[in-house]
Write a protein that binds this ligand. Structure first.
Ligand SMILES: CC(C)(COP(=O)(O)OP(=O)(O)OC[C@H]1O[C@@H](n2cnc3c(N)ncnc32)[C@H](O)[C@@H]1OP(=O)(O)O)[C@@H](O)C(=O)NCCC(=O)NCCS
Length: 165
């Protein structure tokens, strides 16, 4: 990968469940928690499986990034319900997102481009808001703030942030 290799952004397809799983596994392990079981086990826990199981259902969308043809990261968004949702849930019409960038490609603007492309696609779909959950110490918060997300709820350990589109 060279510094001038072009960054390309493409939509996630219905067959990209493995990419969504990868995003979930990286996002949940952002601070290398010592007690996390192996990814294949953790990903099947109901708390994480809800983000990727049956990927491609109505309302699912996302973006993948490549630099010089190499996979660099992805963002996905999914709708949840009052009775089945994770920590970033706001309401049934607000997709919750997850994002991860491959470590060697971080701090090069890939995350920002993915977030911007996701917001563009959400606007195109007539979606009013996007939401997410972030642990307060995660530097990802700065990325979210810089692309317009604001804190809706903060319980002291983590926050729900939303982008009004
Ligand atoms: C969060 C993540 C997706 C950011 O991706 P990225 O491609 O590095 O982000 P960008 O390069 O577009 O960063 C945009 C801005 O966000 C902020 N930022 C991102 N990562 C940061 C870090 N580690 N420390 C401080 N600021 C950071 C900076 O303001 C940065 O702008 P700058 O580089 O011009 O200062 C990436 O670090 C990642 O995959 N982390 C692990 C998974 C994770 O935590 N996901 C989110 C869970 S809620």
């Amino acid at each position: 990968m060279g510094a001038n290799d072009p960054l390309t952004i493409e939509p996630l397809g219905h067959g990209d469940a493995d990419i969504v799983k990868w995003v979930v596994s990286i996002a949940v392990a952002w601070n290398d928690p010592p007690d996390l079981p192996p990814f294949e086990v953790a990903l099947e826990h109901p708390k994480l499986a809800r983000f990727h199981r049956g990927w491609g259902r109505p309302g699912d969308f996302g973006m993948r990034a490549a630099i010089g043809g190499a996979f660099a990261g992805a963002v996905f968004a999914r709708l949840f319900t009052d009775t089945d949702h994770g920590s970033g849930y706001v309401d049934d019409s607000t997709p919750e997102l997850g994002i991860a960038v491959e470590e060697p490609f971080r701090r090069r603007g890939v995350g920002r481009r993915l977030m911007e492309a996701l917001a563009d696609e959400a606007r195109r779909r007539g979606i009013g808001r996007l939401s997410l959950s972030v642990n307060n110490p995660n530097p990802a918060r700065r990325l979210y703030e810089s692309v317009g997300y604001t804190v809706l709820e903060d319980d002291g350990a983590s926050s729900i942030m939303v982008l009004r589109l």
